[in-house]
Design a protein around this ligand. Structure first.
Ligand SMILES: [Zn+2]
Length: 268
C-alpha cells in the first residue's frame, strides 16, 4: 500500500455501528485530527485480529488508510481498554454520556487536544471507580470551557461587578451569573445558592485531583447539576438541535440514570 495514504493516530471510539456483513463504522475522536468516521473491516468475523482493539470507549493506536469515501482502519492496538467501565450499568451509562457530549460538541475533523485529554481522563477515572456524578460535573464544566462556552463566574454578566459572596442567578443566554441585584427580576434565570455557586467556581478553577475528594450535600449537588445541564441544553439547542441527545442530558439528572437510560446503553 502507498505510504502517503497511511497515517497513524491514537483515538477513542465514541460510537460504532454495524456496516455491511462483517464491518463496523466507527466514530473515533483523536488528539490531532479531531473526530473521524472510520471503517473497520471484518471486525465482526470470528476470528478478527482487530476486533478486541476497537471496542466502544477504548483508547487505541490506529493505522489508518485514506479511502475514497471513508478512511479504513488497517491495524489497531488497544492502549487502554478501560475495562472497569463495563462492570456496571451506571459506569457504562456515564461513559456513554461523556462520549455523546464530545460527539455533540465536536465537528468532524475539528481538532481539540484539550477535549481529547479531558475525555481520556474522565474514562480512566470512571473505570477506576470514582464517584461518577462529581466526575460528570467536572467533565461538563471543563468541556464547556474547552469548546468556547466557559461560563462567566467571576463578574456579573449584566452590570460587570465582581460577585459578592451571596446568592446569584444563572443566565444561560448570557453565559454566566447575574448578581442578586441584577438577577432578582430577570426572566429565564435560575437562582443559585452561595454553596452551589462556590462549587461551580471550584469546578471551573481546579484540576480533577483537587475535586475528586469533595463530598457535596445532596441539595447542593442537585443545584450544580441543574446549572450545568441548563447551560448544556441551551448551548446544544442553539448550535446543534440534537434532540435525542438533549433527552439524554435531561435523563442523567434523574435519581437513577441507569434505569432511565437502559434502552440507550449500547450492548456488547
Ligand atoms: Zn449585576
Amino acid at each position: 500500500m502507498d505510504r502517503e495514504r497511511l497515517y497513524r493516530t491514537e483515538g477513542i471510539v465514541l460510537k460504532r455501528s454495524d456496516f455491511g456483513e462483517a464491518d463496523r463504522l466507527l466514530v473515533v475522536f483523536t488528539p490531532g485530527f479531531g473526530k473521524l468516521r472510520l471503517l473497520a473491516k471484518g471486525v465482526r468475523k470470528v476470528p478478527s485480529r482487530k476486533a478486541g482493539h476497537v471496542e466502544l470507549f477504548m483508547r487505541s493506536q490506529l493505522l489508518v488508510a485514506r479511502g475514497r469515501n471513508l478512511d479504513i482502519v488497517t491495524q489497531a492496538e488497544a492502549l487502554d481498554a478501560y475495562a472497569g467501565l463495563r462492570d456496571t450499568l451506571v459506569r457504562a451509562t456515564y461513559a456513554y454520556y461523556f462520549a455523546e457530549l464530545v460527539d455533540a460538541f465536536m465537528e468532524e475533523g475539528e481538532e481539540n487536544e484539550a477535549v481529547y485529554r479531558l475525555l481520556a481522563l474522565a474514562l480512566e477515572r470512571l473505570a477506576a471507580g470514582d464517584e461518577p456524578r462529581l466526575l460528570a460535573r467536572f467533565f461538563e464544566m471543563k468541556l464547556l470551557g474547552c469548546v468556547g462556552y466557559r461560563p462567566e463566574l467571576q463578574r456579573c454578566v449584566a452590570c460587570g461587578a465582581p460577585h459578592a459572596p451571596s446568592q446569584v442567578f444563572f443566565s444561560p443566554g448570557e453565559g454566566g451569573m447575574r448578581c442578586s441585584a441584577c438577577g432578582e427580576a430577570a426572566p429565564g434565570v435560575l437562582a443559585v445558592s452561595l454553596g452551589a455557586f462556590k462549587v461551580l467556581r471550584y469546578l471551573q478553577s481546579q484540576e480533577y485531583g483537587s475535586i475528586s475528594g469533595l463530598r457535596l450535600r445532596a441539595a447542593t449537588a442537585r443545584e450544580v447539576e441543574q446549572v450545568l445541564h441548563r447551560y448544556l441544553t441551551f448551548t446544544l439547542e442553539r448550535n446543534l438541535k440534537a434532540a435525542a441527545f438533549l433527552d439524554l442530558v435531561q435523563h442523567t439528572g434523574e435519581r437513577d440514570p441507569a434505569t432511565k437510560l437502559d434502552a440507550t446503553v449500547p450492548t456488547e
